[in-house]
Design a protein around this ligand. Structure first.
Ligand code: HEM
Ligand code: MG
Length: 335
């Protein structure tokens, strides 16, 4: 039985709050515990908002990002079910926030990957801000050289050396230009383009203390989340749930500052544009691409319990996007 996604936090508990609290102590990752490419989920696991093992059900992830960082309910569900459909085990309802593991149980038949969030070419992709492209090595592990660039862009473009919207805009563009020039196998198409642009603005929203809430992330706080994977002392989450309506204008600015066309490299410095694939601004196009191409790529002809689970999770994904975006639901496996 698959639990329904959690609803929004109740009104009495969806505001400003100390989240680095005694009930959620930081503990360093143990050898048998998994961490991966997402600094936020790693941090939430290190504080016990997520199971410290790094293996979680989608409903646990939705709850963790709402409680720990005050993501809006629909936005939390969009990120979570998108990832779960690409990287989770629909039969056991478990997903690794890091590498593939037998802790998620028996896999469905190939070509299903059940690779966890570290699986390259699914949700994890190229041009990350604190990780290297998978062509060069481990795309899930924190990379200090990469992160030094993040800090350097904050110093150069941000107000008072913070990672703000202008630093994000310049850094996001640089990350793409750098991969075009160095990664012969760069892939920068739907759905990765949307997460790349969203993740560039997440830190200046969710990692900024909610009492200040000025969309300017200090380098100390950035280092705490990205490097230590730890909330700063006394950290307070956002003062209200933050969802699409806040994130999308910010990503829109990143795109309008430096537009790009989705594409892939065929050799270094040979970026082949793919204008007929969904653009980063085409939210419903990306939703349809996930539901009609990406998920069926791993689950071409599911039957029985597997088909039921996929259809349920696709329904949860659609439920997360319908109100803000008015997309039309698509059904890769019938109704
Ligand atoms: C990166 C998953 C929520 C911040 C990633 C990546 C994955 C992921 C797979 C790797 C993408 C890549 O860089 O190649 C998820 C899932 C979430 C979630 C399933 C479920 C809710 C959040 C939240 C934040 C966040 C709430 C808030 C700050 C980031 C950032 C990166 C990232 C900043 C980029 C890291 C980099 O470029 O080096 N996430 N994430 N994520 N995530 Fe999350
Ligand atoms: Mg990556």
């Amino acid at each position: 039985p698959i639990p329904n996604p959690p609803g929004p936090l109740p009104a009495y508990d969806n505001g400003l709050k100390l989240v680095n609290d005694p009930a959620h102590p930081f503990m360093t990752q143990q050898p048998n515990e998994l961490r991966g490419p997402c600094p936020a989920l790693n941090t939430l696991a290190n504080h016990g908002y997520l199971p410290r093992s790094g293996v979680a059900r989608p409903d646990q992830i939705v709850t963790a990002v709402m409680e720990g960082l005050n993501l809006g309910n629909d936005f939390a569900k969009f990120l979570t079910y998108q990832a779960f459909l690409m990287n989770g085990n629909p039969l056991t309802n478990l997903m690794s926030i890091g590498m593939k593991t037998n802790m998620t149980g028996q896999d469905p038949p190939k070509p299903a990957l059940v690779g966890g969030l570290s699986q390259h070419g699914t949700f994890e992709g190229d041009t990350s801000m604190s990780r290297i492209d998978a062509f060069f090595g481990d795309g899930a592990a924190f990379n200090q050289t990469r992160f030094n660039d993040f800090l350097a862009f904050a110093s150069k473009f941000g107000v008072n050396g913070t990672y703000d919207i202008n630093a994000a805009s310049e850094f996001r563009f640089e990350r793409l230009q750098d991969s075009i020039a160095t990664n012969p196998q760069l892939v920068f198409t739907s759905p990765r383009i949307l997460s790349a642009y969203s993740e560039a603005v997440f830190p200046l929203v969710y990692f900024v203390d909610g009492r200040l809430n000025n969309r300017q992330l200090t380098q100390d706080a950035a280092t705490s989340f990205f490097f230590d994977q730890r909330m700063p002392a006394d950290f307070h989450r956002q003062p209200a749930p933050v969802s699409f309506e806040v994130i999308e204008p910010l990503t829109g600015k990143l795109f309008s500052d430096h537009p790009f066309v989705p594409g892939v490299n065929q050799g270094v410095n040979n970026y082949i544009e793919m204008p007929n694939t969904p653009a980063v601004s085409d939210f419903c196009g990306i939703y349809e691409d996930i539901a009609l191409r990406v998920v069926p790529g791993q689950y071409p002809k599911p039957t029985g319990q597997l088909r039921d689970a996929l259809m349920k999770n696709l329904g949860f994904l659609f439920g997360a996007v319908v109100f803000q975006h008015n997309c039309t639901q698509v059904f890769p496996y019938g109704k």
